[in-house]
Design a binder for this molecule. Sequence first.
Ligand code: SAH
Length: 440
Amino acid sequence: MDGTVGATSPQEPMVGAASASVSIPQGTAVMGIGATESPTSAAVACRDSPLQVQPLTPLLGLGMAELEAWAQAQGQPAFRGRQLHDWLYNRGARSLEAVTVLPKAWRERLQELPVIQAGPKPASAADSSGDAALERSGASAALLPLASNQGEHGLELLGRSRLLHRSDARDGTTKLLLATADDLSIETVGIPSGDRLTVCVSSQVGCPMACRFCATGKGGLQRSLAVHEIVDQVLSIREAMGRRPTHVVFMGMGEPLLNSEAVLAAIDCLCRDLGMAQRQITVSTVGVPRTLPTLAERAMERLGRAQFTLAVSLHAPNQRLREELIPTAHAYPIDALLEDCRHYVAITGRRVSFEYILLGGLNDQPRHAEALASLLRGFQSHVNLIPYNPIEEEDFQRPSPAAVEAFRSALVHRHTAVSVRASRGLDQDAACGQLRRRLG
Ligand code: SAH
């Protein structure tokens, strides 16, 4: 994340029919026996001894029908699911204890059941979120195993995070450091601008792409986020800032195309359950080989249409310079990336945005603007210029305002649609990954 303002299913039972099972002490209440057909994860007893239960998965991310089915699988009437939906999404309940409308005895029984949190999903042909895509990306990282839940149970059944730190910039930007159930920290930023409130969400804990100018990339990837952990960021900003987010940009920590199923499920939830419009959502990617056409197809399948904005972090007008800035680019030639973008446009009918970070003296010269304009000639696109936000670990230069303006007008002159992104929250570590690196 760069601390700047962007232009713009059922929830997979995220642990899948969680293959993990958890031993619980004899005598612990076991809910939902006989209701294993539910698409959601009712806890069920297995025949084996010691008594085994399949853990519950967090509820945030489930829609109305799924919550109704979940309640019924727990032996409750369907309207309990509707109540949960209201308390999760409209009232922003953080813990099960807070949902006082539910019978106390049921809440207490639920609290005795284990909840497991989703880690990264295994790779499959249709899903770019796993190891195969990671390998193709040229990045490497150790993925953590599923973590089982400990403590603060009510929070975790709902799928809410804990607030570790809040930092408010003078320009109204608010950055939150949130803790996942397995105690990893993630950043999310709320960026107000007039009537807009844009939430810059993370899709992974850390990032494996190692772009040289990005603070998040310095620490590598820990794991991908699950649907509830993405949606929770939007609710946490709503709560912290006391107003409704209007836009969401996947420009926080992580590479969304290495976690595309969870990202699509989160978009589905934001639109269906929080009333956002897909057009107010932007997914930003630095590019992972062979994932863009799949993203387009999966978005059409899953969301019925793909109306969110795709932003591609191009950052250089040629392969040589791009590889210098983005080491993973060697596995994905710029021509192949642009070809995939064309494919994406053909499937979705949506224009693509290109992000271009301006690094003083390195890629911000008139010849770079010229090369960029000819690279994108004939492409239905929009270029977003992002003046570099300095990070501690590198000594890239922020471009001068004159260089930014010269680059912009060179593109305008060559009929390339362009805008410059205003930097926000610079005084409070709002550049990508900075708060987490300082405090996390
Ligand atoms: N991995 C995705 C999304 C996260 S980064 C991607 O690369 O697109 C979101 C945007 O912030 C990207 O365009 C990224 O290149 C940019 N960015 C990262 N660090 C930055 C910095 N220090 N200054 C300005 N922009 C930065």
